[in-house]
Write a protein that binds this ligand. Structure first.
Ligand code: YOG
Length: 135
């Protein structure tokens, strides 16, 4: 039985997001707006099937996948790149590799109680986000 990430999670910490966005090539004006946002994750999980929505007042991003099955991800509204994306379990951690133009890109999620962690990696830059469960 894998861990259950389902729920609504509100951001409480967002460390190094600016450097992560620079590494992704996001322009200055967009970074200034994005840096003010308080993203919410709405996660629906059924076993190995995930729907992760990242919601903000500026833009939303939605990603649907099955653990262990590579898919074509287009990071629409983010850096608008195409990746071959694969998410795997590492114990109860969700480890994502986004293969594409940018090397060493991916993210990792894990949960401790009602806290959801997310590490976003782009090259040698890592953004560390923390979310609290609100529903
Ligand atoms: O999440 O891959 O939970 O998809 C990363 C933002 C700002 C847009 C968000 C809107 C990277 C302008 C998704 C931000 C910055 C800045 C919220 C992270 C890029 C553009 C939509 C992500 C995974 C894991 C699931």
């Amino acid at each position: 039985m894998p861990a259950n990430y389902s729920g609504t999670w509100d951001i409480v910490e967002n460390e190094n997001f600016e450097a992560y966005m620079v590494a992704l090539g996001i322009d200055f004006a967009t970074r200034k707006i994005a840096g003010m946002l308080k993203p919410q994750k709405v996660i629906e999980q059924d076993g190995d099937s995930f729907d992760i929505k990242t919601l903000t007042s500026f833009r939303n991003y939605s990603c649907t996948f099955k653990v262990g099955e590579e898919f074509e991800e287009v990071t629409k509204g983010l850096d608008n790149r195409k990746c071959k994306t694969l998410v795997n379990w590492d114990g109860d951690k969700l480890v994502c590799v986004q293969k594409g133009e940018i090397k060493d890109r991916g993210w990792t999620h894990w949960i401790e109680g009602d806290v959801l962690y997310l590490e976003l990696r782009c090259g040698d830059k890592t953004c560390k986000q923390t979310y609290k469960k609100t529903a």
